[in-house]
Design a protein around this ligand. Structure first.
Ligand SMILES: C[S@@+](CC[C@H](N)C(=O)[O-])C[C@H]1O[C@@H](n2cnc3c(N)ncnc32)[C@H](O)[C@@H]1O
Length: 460
């Protein structure tokens, strides 16, 4: 499979193509961002990374590449809910429209196309143009709105996806003009039969099997998640004990009789089963859920602790929240190891608090959480955090709040353990490029679905 990776960023698509198990070659990866390109090159030194604008590509150039598949995440700013939604009028959409204008003129039109973008793209004029172009070029397509939470990954990142394949190739499922909000299931018999791609297998680096999604099992043999299961900065022994208890309780969730299985010696704030009371004792985390978020709470995901780096306390020092950061306490989404959801990590993570991604709390102390909760109530009443005293800041600093590390965010995005970052880049550069990237697991599942061919059933 000869793959062209457009808007390649740090190579999320590349990782997904690799993970899905097809035999592939990235013919070219194209991006204009110097930092992202540096990270891409660091991880894929052999790749033909082109540092040029996609608007400069010609039909002849694309034809000469003899591409089977295009994977791409065009810039999303013109379509985001919080942005100006300039859509096709936004200069950042120009290169994508240029690409759409090239497709009908190709002699070697690709067989497969995958597009990723933000929720909201589906209502844009640009998306309409995409659909029209695909139909003109004899593609059938299927659109999706999916979040990693549906795949058992405790990270919210609702995104628009489109997979397309060119006639005479056909999807292995009944595609529809409706936007699907879950993946159609492919039965195992079909899975083993002929596909257009060579040898689709379960990803060898998989850390989160579909099984573990349901049972909350920890993936102990995983090579995927480089970090491990507990924080070293918390007392090591209790953490060990917790893991066993989480595992046990996690399994009983599936038997739907879990609620009264709490062991009396598990502190409320560290038990996945009593998540409710855990949040209640930490009242400051009781955010008002925005529209659609209640829906997200129904997924049973792995625990946040499975995505943490296993490092000594001093390693996390540069990631601790400063006094200035703590001022934004009221708008923070604070998570603990035992929770099963983090909010979407955006490119503003690390320098902007509200809506930029979850903050991790290293303290497990109920009394400290209660004190912080009282402080939040008081502050909400006063509507003025400037009245915080030094003692109030002490209350917050005892929570030991920190940012997730870039590696931990890469874990939530399901980048493989072998993926890493050049040493000379700043935290903010890493957060920015990671925030622009995608969930590798979700895209890998979509590629598998896209390349799987319809099987004709022979009547015996
Ligand atoms: C949403 S990000 C894609 C992220 C990528 N999938 C990843 O895993 O990191 C969009 C990317 O498009 C790049 N980009 C924007 N306009 C471009 C253009 N005209 N030509 C090439 N790359 C462009 C940006 O630098 C950015 O890295």
């Amino acid at each position: 499979m000869r793959v062209l990776e457009l808007y390649s960023g740090i190579g999320g698509m590349h990782c997904a193509v690799k993970e899905c198990g097809i035999s592939y070659e990235i013919i070219a990866a194209i991006d204009v961002n110097t930092t992202a390109n540096k990270i891409y090159k660091h991880n894929f030194p052999e790749s033909n990374l082109m540092d040029c604008g996609i608007e400069s590509l010609s039909a002849t150039q694309l034809d000469e590449m003899k591409i089977d598949m295009i994977v791409m995440s065009p810039p999303c700013q013109p379509f985001t809910r919080v942005g100006k939604k300039l859509d096709a009028e936004d200069i950042r959409t120009k290169s994508f429209l240029h690409l759409l204008s090239l497709l009908p003129r190709l002699n070697n039109c690709p067989k497969y196309i995958l597009v990723e973008n933000v929720k909201g793209f589906e209502d844009s004029e640009t998306c309409l143009k995409l659909r029209e172009t695909l139909m003109k070029c004899n593609f059938t397509y299927q659109e999706f709105l999916l979040t990693p939470l549906q795949f058992g990954i405790p990270n919210s990142r609702l995104r628009y996806y489109l997979i397309a394949k060119r006639s005479p190739l056909k999807f292995s499922f009944a595609n529809t003009t409706e936007i699907m909000t879950s993946l159609p299931s492919i039965n195992s018999e079909e899975n083993s039969s002929s596909t257009n791609a060579t040898n689709i297998s379960q990803p060898s680096t998989a850390c989160i099997s579909d099984e573990s999604t349901r049972t909350n099992d920890h993936c102990k043999n995983s090579s995927h998640i480089s970090s491990s299961h507990h924080m070293q900065s918390s007392p090591a022994k209790p953490a060990k004990k917790k893991e066993t208890q989480h595992g046990m309780l996690g399994k009983s969730i599936n038997n739907s009789d879990a609620t009264d299985k709490k062991s009396p010696d598990i502190p409320a704030a560290t038990c996945p089963i009593c998540r409710e009371s855990c949040l209640q004792s930490a009242g400051y985390n009781m955010r008002q859920l925005s529209e659609g978020e209640e829906e997200e709470d129904k997924y049973l995901c792995r625990l946040v602790q499975d995505f943490l780096e296993d490092q000594p306390p001093e390693y996390f020092q540069p990631f601790m929240l400063t006094r200035k950061d703590l001022k934004r306490f009221i708008v923070m989404d604070i998570v603990f190891p035992c929770l099963q959801k983090t909010t979407c990590f955006t490119k503003r993570y690390g320098h902007f608090m509200e809506g930029a991604g979850s903050i991790f709390q290293m303290s497990h102390s109920i009394s400290e959480m209660t004190a912080a909760s009282e402080l939040k109530d008081r502050t909400l009443e006063l509507k003025n955090r400037d009245q915080w005293s030094d003692e109030d800041y002490q209350v917050l600093s005892r929570l030991r709040l920190r940012y997730f590390t870039p590696r931990e965010i890469a874990n939530f995005l399901c980048f493989p353990a072998t993926y890493n970052f050049p040493q000379d880049l700043s935290k903010i550069q890493l957060y920015r490029t990671l925030g622009n990237s995608l969930n590798v697991r979700v895209v890998s599942k979509l590629i598998q679905l896209m390349v799987k061919e319809q099987t004709s059933h022979v009547q015996v």
